[in-house]
Ligand binder design. Structure first.
Ligand code: GDD
Ligand code: MG
Length: 366
C-alpha cells in the first residue's frame, strides 16, 4: 500500500502515570519517566524518537506526580505539541489510554500510537504503523524476544503474525509458551480506544488485549530484534543510561555519544576517572582520584576523593564520602554517606539518610 508512509501516524499517547515502585527511593520525588537519563528526563528520549517517526502530537497520560511533568513540559520546547492528561485516580494502562481519548484529534479509523513510558528501544516506529495499516489491524503490538519473559506480558503469534494469546506476568511454567514479550508500544485503530470502558481502572494487558482476541479482532504482532530495555529496576536503569551515553541505544536526544557524559557546571577533579558510560549531573562534583564507572550521578551530587562508584545511582544532592566503595547500590536524594563506607549489591539508601564514616563494611579486613 504505497499510499501509506511513516507519517501515516500523527498522534501518540505516552503512559507515564505509574508509581515506579521498583525504582524506589528514586521515584519518591520524581516519577520514573522524569528521572534523568543521559542528561535529560527519560521521557525526552521517547518523545524525540516519536517526533523523528513523524508524530506531531503527544498526549502524556499522567497520574502519579503529574505536576512534575506539567512543570517540565511548560518550560521545555521539544518541537512537538504535548498535551497533558491527568487521571484523578490511577486508571491503569487501559484506563489511561481511554482517559486520553477526548484529548486525541485522530479520525476513528486512524492509527494512534501508544507507548509505555519506561521503555528504551530502537524500534522502527514507522514500520510498525505501516504493518498495522497494511494489515487493516485493530491493534498491532511491538514484540521482542527476551531470555527470561516472566516479568513481562507473553504474546505468542501464529504463522501469519496474528496474536493468539496475551499472558501478562505468567505464574506457572505451563504459561511460558513463548519468549516473545509485549515490548510496550502499540498501534490502535482509534475506534478501538473508544470501546475501552471509561471511568474505571482497566489493564490493557489483562483486559483489553484478551477482550480483543476473544472478539476475534485483528490483532497483529511485529517482532523486532533490535535494542530493547525496560528501565523499571535500578540495574536496568543504570544499563539504559550507560547504553545511551555510550551510543549503544539510539536517541535523537544524545548528540555526542562517548565513554562518559558530564553535564553543565559539573566539577571533575583532575585525576578522577570517568568510564563505562557514566553520567555526571549538573553542578555535581567528583573528587581527585575518584572512579565513576557506568553509574548515574544526579544533579548536585558529590563524590569524594578516592571513592569508587560502580554500576550505581547517586541521587540528587547526595554525598558519597572519601574512599567509599559503592557498587550496585542506589543512594536516595540528599543522602549523606560518610567516608570509607562500603555499599554493595542492591543496597538502597532512602533520601536524606545520613550514614556515619566507616559505619558499613562488607568485609572485616582493611
Ligand atoms: N497514566 C497511567 N495511569 N499510566 C500508568 C498507570 C496508570 O494507572 N499504570 C501504569 N502506567 C504506566 C507506567 O508509568 C509505565 O510507563 C507503563 O504504564 C507500564 O507500566 P509498568 O508498571 O512499567 O509495567 P511493567 O513494566 O510491569 O509491564 C508492562 O510493560 C512490559 C514491557 O516493558 C506491560 O505492558 C507488559 O506486558 C510489558 O511486557
Ligand atoms: Mg515497565
Amino acid at each position: 500500500m504505497g499510499l501509506w508512509h511513516a507519517s501515516a501516524v500523527t498522534e501518540a499517547v505516552m503512559l507515564v502515570g505509574g508509581q515506579g515502585t521498583r525504582l524506589r527511593p528514586l521515584t519518591i520525588n520524581t516519577p520514573k519517566p522524569m528521572l534523568p537519563v543521559a542528561g535529560v528526563p527519560f521521557t525526552v528520549h521517547q518523545i524525540t524518537r516519536a517526533r523523528a517517526a513523524g508524530v506531531t502530537r503527544i498526549v502524556l497520560a499522567t497520574s502519579y506526580r503529574a505536576e512534575v511533568f506539567r512543570e517540565f513540559i511548560e518550560g521545555a520546547d521539544l518541537g512537538i505539541e504535548i498535551v497533558i492528561a491527568t487521571e484523578d485516580e490511577p486508571l491503569g494502562t487501559g484506563g489511561a489510554i481511554r482517559h486520553a481519548l477526548p484529548y486525541l484529534q485522530s479520525a476513528p479509523d486512524a492509527p494512534v500510537l501508544v507507548f509505555n513510558g519506561d521503555v528504551l528501544s530502537g524500534l522502527d516506529i514507522g514500520g510498525l504503523v505501516n504493518h498495522h495499516v497494511a494489515g487493516s489491524a485493530d491493534a498491532t503490538l511491538y514484540l521482542t524476544p527476551v531470555a527470561d519473559p516472566r516479568a513481562f506480558g507473553l504474546v505468542p503469534t501464529d504463522t501469519d503474525g496474528r496474536v493468539t494469546k496475551f499472558l501478562e506476568k505468567p505464574q506457572t511454567p505451563e504459561e511460558i509458551v513463548t519468549d516473545q514479550i509485549n515490548a510496550g508500544c502499540y498501534v490502535f485503530r482509534r475506534s478501538v480506544i473508544d470501546e475501552i470502558p471509561a471511568g474505571r481502572p482497566v489493564s490493557v494487558e489483562r483486559e483489553t488485549f484478551p477482550g480483543l482476541l476473544a472478539a476475534n479482532a485483528m490483532v497483529l504482532g511485529v517482532v523486532d530484534r533490535g535494542y530493547w530495555l525496560d528501565l523499571g529496576t535500578p540495574m536496568a536503569f543504570v544499563q539504559g543510561s550507560r547504553d545511551l551515553v555510550l551510543g549503544n541505544a539510539p536517541s535523537p536526544a544524545v548528540s555526542n555519544p562517548g565513554p562518559y557524559l558530564v553535564l553543565a557546571d559539573a566539577e571533575v577533579a583532575s585525576g578522577a576517572l570517568l568510564t563505562g558510560g557514566c553520567a555526571i549531573g549538573r553542578r555535581a562534583q567528583v573528587g581527585a582520584g575518584a572512579v565513576v564507572d557506568g553509574s548515574v550521578v544526579f544533579d548536585d551530587a558529590r563524590i569524594g576523593a578516592g571513592a569508587k562508584v560502580t554500576g550505581s545511582i547517586v541521587g540528587a544532592g547526595a554525598t558519597v564520602g572519601e574512599n567509599c566503595v559503592i557498587d550496585g547500590a542506589v543512594i536516595g536524594d540528599g543522602a549523606s554517606i560518610g567516608a570509607g563506607n562500603e555499599l554493595l549489591a542492591g543496597v538502597r539508601i532512602w533520601p536524606n539518610v545520613q550514614i556515619a564514616a566507616g559505619a558499613v563494611r562488607f568485609s572485616s579486613d582493611g
